[in-house]
Design a protein around this ligand. Structure first.
Ligand code: ZN
Length: 277
């Protein structure tokens, strides 16, 4: 072979090698950067109500207020849509404040009566996971049979909250254990809640995110159903922080227990279950 061509080939090979090293180096640096970040902490509340005893699904209003004030001062509270721009904000993260998303499951009316005024006052975004078959009805569950009706939000209240701090994600129509249903049954529950939200909500809908009722899902049927409906993110009840950058159907959340002290709360903001601490 001609010496000139041989030298040219050598040159191209050398250039390609340098380019590859640079790309791999950048990728390695970026993934290390993301690994070192605490990730997103998603908090899971249900009720905020002084007429019920504190417990895993209910927190007193004064304790909730104390926690929200702490989040305002010490954390960066982001809306649910932040998952879509996760890549950007992890890269741009310039401080060590924990990044937090606030969620409420099911759509209880006390979210409007007690939690919303506090969130609105402190201008912090939050998301309610709607069991659409219960919204705007007098339905109740045995645990709350003595609560005044309606115990669930109305679409009017939901739309009012969407004007400032609140966004919404589907949480099924009837709150079943999804793994007990077949593929079609699961798809019907998810699609039904998305459809109802499309019909009723004027704004604030995050339809690419889903919240599993009881945190239950089955691989592969639930994931297949979510895929077919274009769901990109799905919230579980498994504790921990979230560092994955791509589509994630197993988003971890920290359960906010009504018995939590401020110390326990602060441990949870690190994505650690205090039972394991
Ligand atoms: Zn639920």
């Amino acid at each position: 072979m001609d010496v000139k061509i041989l030298n040219k080939l050598k040159f191209i090979r050398k250039k390609t090698f340098i380019w590859l090293c640079a790309v791999l180096g950048k990728m390695f640096y970026f993934f290390r950067l993301c690994e070192d970040k605490p990730g997103i902490i998603v908090l899971m509340y249900h009720r905020v109500n002084n007429n019920l005893p504190p417990g895993p699904m209910n927190i007193q209003v004064s304790r909730f207020y104390e926690q929200i004030v702490h989040l305002k001062k010490h954390c960066r509270v982001v809306p649910m849509a932040a998952f879509d721009s996760f890549l950007t904000f992890v890269k741009n993260e310039s401080n060590f404040k924990p990044t937090v998303i606030i969620t409420f499951d099911d759509g209880f009316r006390d979210n409007y009566l007690n939690a919303y005024p506090i969130l609105k006052k402190l201008e912090l975004p939050a998301t309610i996971c709607l069991t659409t078959g219960f919204i705007g009805t007098n339905k109740t569950i045995p645990l709350y049979k003595d609560m005044p009706l309606p115990d669930y939000l109305s679409w009017k209240e939901i739309n009012e909250m969407a004007e400032d701090v609140m966004t919404y994600i589907p949480h099924s129509v009837s709150h079943p254990m999804l793994p007990e249903l077949d593929y079609e049954g699961q798809k019907k529950e998810v699609a039904g809640s998305i459809q109802e939200m499309k019909l009723r909500l004027k704004q604030g809908s995050c339809e690419r995110t889903f919240c599993y009722p009881f945190g239950g899902f089955k691989d592969p049927t639930t994931f297949d159903a979510l895929d077919a409906l274009g769901i990109k993110w799905a919230l579980t009840t498994m504790p921990g922080s979230n560092k994955r950058l791509s589509r994630n159907l197993i988003i971890r959340r920290m359960t906010m227990n009504g018995y939590d002290s401020m110390e326990t709360f602060k441990i949870k903001l690190k994505g650690i279950d205090p039972g394991d601490a």
